[in-house]
Ligand binder design. Structure first.
Ligand SMILES: NC(=O)c1ccc[n+]([C@@H]2O[C@H](COP(=O)([O-])OP(=O)(O)OC[C@H]3O[C@@H](n4cnc5c(N)ncnc54)[C@H](O)[C@@H]3O)[C@@H](O)[C@H]2O)c1
Length: 260
């Protein structure tokens, strides 16, 4: 399978290394920004989506950020290709989500949203088929990890010594207010009850050293409570290693006879 990447950063590097060990998975090229001058792999870098599609990939994998989803979803789907999205937080923008759904409906390609750092997407989306009544996501990080976000305006992050909720609201507001932390909340919403009915709590916790995501759901299936203590990516402390691993899992499922 020929794969084109969008992005040349931490996730792209891990996915590239993984594909190098799989005979069925070949990275044919990657789309980057002008600042991406050295490829993370043996493949070439290009700077327009048209040049990326000229590699004639079977599938395009976004591992770049919200702007890349907005810029590339239309052309990739218009070319009839599957589009894998890891920056799911971009889809909290209702207009973008509508346009992605419309483009996918007209395309022979499909949009594939990976679980990223959220645990239990399989159980959540299966539970949804029998009806969900409640979905809550609590995401905790060390206080300093919230620097550079709107939490800086509402809280003195350096002074936090106990577990402190810095945001509570629905997944839409969480994703739009904290775009750099939006992906997990958006994935929970998309797999489960939607952006309005999914409750999100963002927490500054001096007692944690990793990103901790705790998903709770209730419905006709029963209830679930899943927590991940996510280690950072080797090359980007802001990105959970799981984000790249979930793309690798998807690619492995695409390339093998038995899917799990
Ligand atoms: N779903 C999840 O749980 C989850 C978790 C972590 C990260 N993510 C998403 O993955 C993205 C990539 O993570 P990373 O750690 O590899 O980031 P990174 O900063 O290491 O790399 C991003 C790469 O994408 C390129 N890029 C940025 N905007 C682009 C655009 N518009 N077009 C083309 N290339 C562009 C950058 O130049 C860089 O090469 C994050 O921005 C985030 O949205 C999702």
């Amino acid at each position: 399978m020929k794969i084109a990447l969008i992005g040349n950063g931490a996730i792209a590097k891990l996915v590239t290394q993984f594909c190098a060990t799989h005979a069925n998975l070949t990275i044919v090229g990657a789309l980057g920004l002008a600042s991406d001058t050295v490829s993370v792999g043996q493949h070439s870098l290009v700077y327009t989506i048209a040049d990326l599609l000229a590699f004639k990939p079977d599938m395009v994998v976004e591992c770049a950020g919200h702007a890349a989803v907005k810029e590339c979803a239309g052309p990739v789907l218009a070319a009839g290709l599957d589009f894998v999205i890891v920056s799911t937080g971009s889809l909290a923008d209702a207009a973008l989500w509508d346009s992605v759904q419309a483009a996918a409906a007209k395309s022979t390609g499909r949009v594939k949203l990976v679980a990223g750092a959220l645990p239990g997407v399989d159980a959540l989306s299966a539970g949804k088929l029998a009806g969900l009544t409640k979905v809550t996501l609590r995401s905790a990080k060390p206080p300093k990890a919230w620097k550079g976000t709107p939490a800086e305006k509402t809280h003195d992050l350096d002074a936090i010594t106990t577990r402190t909720v810095i945001f509570s609201g629905n997944a839409r507001k969480a994703a739009l207010t904290f775009p750099k932390n939006a992906n997990v909340a958006a994935t929970a919403a998309l797999a489960g009850l939607g952006f309005e009915a999914t409750t999100v709590e963002l927490v500054a916790d001096p007692g944690v050293t990793q990103n901790v995501h705790h998903l709770e759901a209730e419905g006709a299936f029963g209830s679930l409570s899943l927590k991940i203590n996510a280690n950072p990516s080797p090359d980007n402390p802001k990105t959970s290693h799981m984000a790249a691993l979930s793309i690798m899992r998807l690619l492995e499922n695409e390339a093998t006879a038995i899917v799990i």
